[in-house]
Design a protein around this ligand. Sequence first.
Ligand code: GUN
Length: 289
Amino acid sequence: MPLILDGKALSESIRVEISSYVERITSKGYREPSLAVILVGDDPASHIYVKNKRKACERVGIRSLFFHLPQNTTTPELLDLIASLNSDENVDGILVQLPLPTHISQQEIILSVSPKKDVDGFHPENMGKLVARIEGGFIPCTPLGIDLLLKHYGIDPKGKDVVIVGAGFIVGRPLALLMLWRDATVCVCHIHTKDISIYTKKADILISATGVPHLIKEDMVKEGAVVIDVGISKLDNKVTGDVDFERVKDKVYAITPVPGGVGPMTVTALLLNTLQAYKQNMDLKDESF
Ligand code: GUN
């Protein structure tokens, strides 16, 4: 039997700690941490993600402010909202759910969020800190969640061959930088890679973030590897990941389930980033959590 990397259980225990930190700090008279969540349009998947994030905030005592804007919102209108949240000292974190409608400039929006409130870690200032290994920046939530999960199970990427399938802006690329920070040898496969199996077979730690159900088959995975599945999609009406879990699981040392693996860790990482933003905003350096 492989080791199941239980993101749901780890998330729950971290959220209990966050909750008791918030209780402790608010009982001293400080206001609660707050996160502004912006959703533009009516993409059903985005609605579900945002609902989960807000629910998770409220359960640990983080106030969530929700801004649901219509599909036809313009870039200047969205920029105005972000500017007002940037200057509101009672707002610690700002999250603009992606993808945005195509008529809005994603790049302009990402650049407009104050790096101090950028709990997604998407602003170039925070991405730059990840490149330069500068502590104190925000690390994007899914990479941070995976890092915490590996750490919890005593899996150290140092000196390992880490292969990432998927080079997206939200997961693959920042994760490659984080794994480099952890001293792994990193290989990133993407849509133009001729044959991903050449690389996946060599991976000590294989991380797939493509959203292609069952892309990773048994013969593409090394015996004893650690497999992290970031994908979440539907196959035959069942929630499934990028990895053919049932066939791959008996071959590996450890594997994340879908659901219950990376997904909850991403949301927990968002809560941790919001707490970090709060502590920096309120100058609560000495308050350990
Ligand atoms: N869409 C999919 N994943 C994410 C994420 O981590 N943050 C934001 N803002 N949008 C997303």
